[in-house]
Design a binder for this molecule. Structure first.
Ligand SMILES: CC(C)(COP(=O)(O)OP(=O)(O)OC[C@H]1O[C@@H](n2cnc3c(N)ncnc32)[C@H](O)[C@@H]1OP(=O)(O)O)[C@@H](O)C(=O)NCCC(=O)NCCS
Length: 217
């Protein structure tokens, strides 16, 4: 491996401290790392997604998550892979899961990671996607990931809008997908001053990171 690239031995692992915030529509949202005990709620949440959301997430009709996919989502080491989940706080019952954002580091190019995100259909447009993605991006930047990549369906207006407004660039396209790259930085200052960028900066501000040895950002 190139010495200039981050390695797990030399890059400190940072984890996201769970936080709670209110969306502009006054939903109380908890954001935290996805844990092995979340496996069944993630499986159930995926089964409730619309066919369109499943297709946009996996770029194919992907009816169910396999055991291996579920294992991947809930097993996070904070360096090779990380998944953050959002839950809506309920008054009388357990929180309801409403979204997951995750990345997997590219083994060939360890300063790059592919990300993916899904929020529950009935909660689209309420700010949950930006919270999750912004928090994930900050954690990724702290563990030496300089850019996120994603394969986005050409009809995925929401995702293309988000990435374009954050300064993402389209690196290639086919009939089925567009490859978008988004540069990541530890500070949110360099991101654009537009509504998407401002919500991204807010997510960065809400996200506190703690190093495995107890140091905080
Ligand atoms: C893409 C997705 C994660 C966005 O999540 P979300 O919770 O709706 O995101 P937010 O509410 O934070 O909105 C983010 C921005 O997208 C915009 N947006 C939301 N839905 C949109 C749509 N259908 N068309 C265009 N823009 C849209 C919002 O207006 C907001 O824009 P702003 O920043 O200029 O205010 C969600 O639509 C989703 O889960 N889609 C299905 C799975 C998918 O496409 N995953 C991505 C694969 S890489």
């Amino acid at each position: 491996m190139d010495d200039a690239l981050p390695s797990k031995d030399t890059t400190p692992v940072w984890r996201v401290v769970p936080y709670q915030t209110a969306t502009p529509s006054e939903l109380i949202v908890n954001v935290r790392e996805v844990l092995p005990r979340d496996r069944s709620v993630i499986e159930a949440g995926y089964a409730q997604l619309s066919d369109r959301s499943r297709r946009l997430r996996y770029l194919s009709a992907h009816q169910f998550l396999s055991d291996a996919e579920l294992d991947d989502i809930v097993t996070n080491d904070g360096y090779h892979r990380m998944a953050l989940g959002a839950e809506i706080k309920n008054v009388d019952s357990a929180p309801s899961p409403v979204g997951v954002a995750r990345y997997v580091r590219n083994l060939e190019q360890p300063d790059e990671a592919e990300f993916a995100i899904t929020t529950a259909d009935e909660f689209h447009g309420l700010g949950i996607g930006m919270l999750l993605l912004g928090s994930l991006a900050k954690q990724a930047a702290f563990v030496g990931i300089d850019r996120f990549t994603a394969l986005v369906s050409p009809d995925n207006g929401a995702m293309l809008h988000i990435l374009q407004n954050l300064g993402g660039t389209q690196e290639g396209a086919s009939e089925d997908n567009i490859c978008v790259t988004l540069p990541l930085t530890r500070s949110s200052r360099s991101y654009p001053d537009n509504p998407t960028g401002r919500r991204w900066k807010k997510a960065f501000g809400l996200t506190r990171l703690v190093q495995v040895d107890g140091t905080s950002d």
